[in-house]
Design a protein around this ligand. Structure first.
Ligand code: ZN
Length: 329
């Protein structure tokens, strides 16, 4: 198992605040963790390969082991841990309700309880897209108390914060805009037809380009490179993705009176290719409120999920009593 980690140099940034929380990003290929102090500063970070095929216990062992390893080099005490994990999460029980086939023995796995046992602190579990949005709100540029998060990755995930609070919904799937219909006539990975994901996921961008050109197997990144070189089919695929994302955000904004949406995931790195179609769509499909909808790219990139998980962990920690310095008589 390859692993590497690093610790912030003592000279870097402000003085560390002792109470630490861990933010853990559990994906299908890697587990990334960071320790965050009370001022929101990342004091240590590391990652290990995710043993997704070895089952839930192995994943929990790897996540807890990495966290303990990071803690060994710190003075501070761990107060709580948060996890952003792929799949549909039962927020009330900290259990995974549904996940892709990459994860063996993951559905039904009591992730929160298993990590609590291993780390000895309270544990919060969020879906990775929810954690991404919490991260962008706590450390990124998103500042609205009502905002939609859209993650354009292998699939398309969504998350929703209303009145400053993350909405989970009764089934843990609030904000899942990727699987809403009406964007195409193509079958989605979920089996239904026409979902936003069929145009806007990284996988779909490669597939749609292949259908237009007969050249399959390209990644979204490779299609982006071609678009920047003037390939009209590649440009059209990104235009379709941008327009679909904008219309989805506009629909959500109209429904919920949102004035901002933050878009992350690998596909959002090609913002230069998505933005023109987004602007065009917003010009004709603006919210009925008259307040313009702002669709902005995520700023934290790969750190967003772990930072959001750390924010969820911090929310579990009771407000610390004011520590008084001993008075010298
Ligand atoms: Zn779908």
């Amino acid at each position: 198992m390859s692993k590497h980690h690093s610790t912030a140099m003592p000279s870097e940034g402000s003085t560390a605040v002792p109470g630490l929380v861990a933010g853990i990003d559990i994906g299908g290929t890697k587990i990334a963790a960071m320790l965050v102090d009370g001022s929101g500063r990342i004091v240590a970070r590391g990652q290990v390969a995710a043993p997704a095929r070895d089952g839930g216990s192995a994943m929990a062992d790897a996540a807890a082991g990495l966290t303990r390893e990071l803690l060994e080099e710190q003075d501070g005490v761990l107060l709580a841990a948060g996890v952003g994990a792929a799949g549909v999460i039962d927020h009330a029980t900290g259990t995974v309700r549904a996940a892709s086939a990459t994860f063996v023995d993951w559905v039904g796995f009591p992730l929160a309880a298993e990590l609590r046992e291993r780390l000895g602190v309270p544990v919060a579990i969020e879906n990775d897209v929810n954690a991404f949005l919490l991260g962008e709100l706590s450390h990124g540029t998103a500042t609205d108390s009502d905002v939609l998060g859209v993650m354009l990755g292998t699939g398309v995930g969504g998350a929703l914060v209303l009145d400053g609070r993350l909405r989970h919904g009764p089934h843990g799937a609030a904000g899942e805009i990727g699987h809403t219909p009406g964007y195409s006539t193509v079958r989605c990975t979920c089996g239904q037809v026409g979902h936003l994901e069929t145009l806007a996921s990284g996988t779909s961008i490669g597939l749609r380009y292949g259908e237009r050109t007969g050249e399959g197997g390209l990644s979204a990144h490779e299609v982006a490179d071609r678009a920047r070189s003037g390939d009209v089919d590649a440009i059209a695929v990104y235009e379709a993705a941008g327009r679909a994302v904008a219309l989805a955000c506009a629909s959500a904004a109209g429904m919920l009176d949102l004035s901002s949406a933050v878009v992350g995931g690998g596909v959002s790195r090609a913002w230069d290719l998505l933005a023109p179609a987004i602007e065009t769509a917003l010009a004709t499909d603006s919210p009925v409120s008259g307040v313009p909808l702002h669709i902005v790219p995520a700023t934290l990139h790969t750190d967003a999920v772990a930072l959001g998980a750390a924010a969820a962990a911090r929310a579990l920690v009771p407000a610390a009593p004011v520590r008084e310095e001993p008075v010298v008589a």
